[in-house]
Design a protein around this ligand. Structure first.
Ligand code: DQA
Length: 147
């Protein structure tokens, strides 16, 4: 089983950007923890980050016939991107949306979410731990979790 982790714009700046909202952890550390969990549970995981909408669409399309599930933080594109939404619908894979912050409690412009309606589930407001929850959730979907 293979999980594709796709990270949107400015998430490469985690650990630097707005630490009061996103915390001190860097993206590499988050990915390292996800990789360890994946290894422990015998699943493959691949990581991708881009600041460009079209590259994220390309990466989602590549998942078709390759990955078994997607963990996606589309970051600011969450609120604007019909193209990313359509790509998720097109590949029709289990897709878990993660947001580090609780977008429901933030600015008005973050209340529009183009992505959530086409995702299997959304995990918001748990900080970086949300990515771990998404891994657990994906294993549950794969029905491979060891308890
Ligand atoms: C975010 C929330 C988005 O509104 C924001 O644009 C981000 C990060 C989050 O993980 O909380 O870049 O997706």
């Amino acid at each position: 089983m293979k999980i594709a982790v796709i990270q949107g714009p400015n998430l490469n700046m985690l650990g630097v950007r707005e630490q009061q909202i996103y915390g001190p952890m860097k993206l590499e550390q988050i990915h390292q923890q996800m990789k360890e969990f994946a290894d422990q549970n015998g699943v493959e995981v691949e990581f991708f980050q881009s600041n460009l909408e079209g590259e994220i669409v390309d990466r989602i399309q590549e998942c078709y016939g390759d990955a078994d599930g997607i963990i996606l933080n589309a970051a600011a594109y969450t609120h604007t991107s019909i193209a990313i939404r359509d790509a998720i619908s097109a590949v029709n894979l289990p897709t878990l949306e993660v947001h580090i912050s609780n977008i429901a409690r933030r600015e008005e412009f973050r209340q529009q979410n183009m992505i959530a309606p086409v995702c299997t589930s959304s995990i918001v407001g748990f900080g970086p731990f949300g990515y771990h929850l998404a891994m657990v959730g994906m294993l549950q979907i794969f029905n491979e979790i060891r308890v």
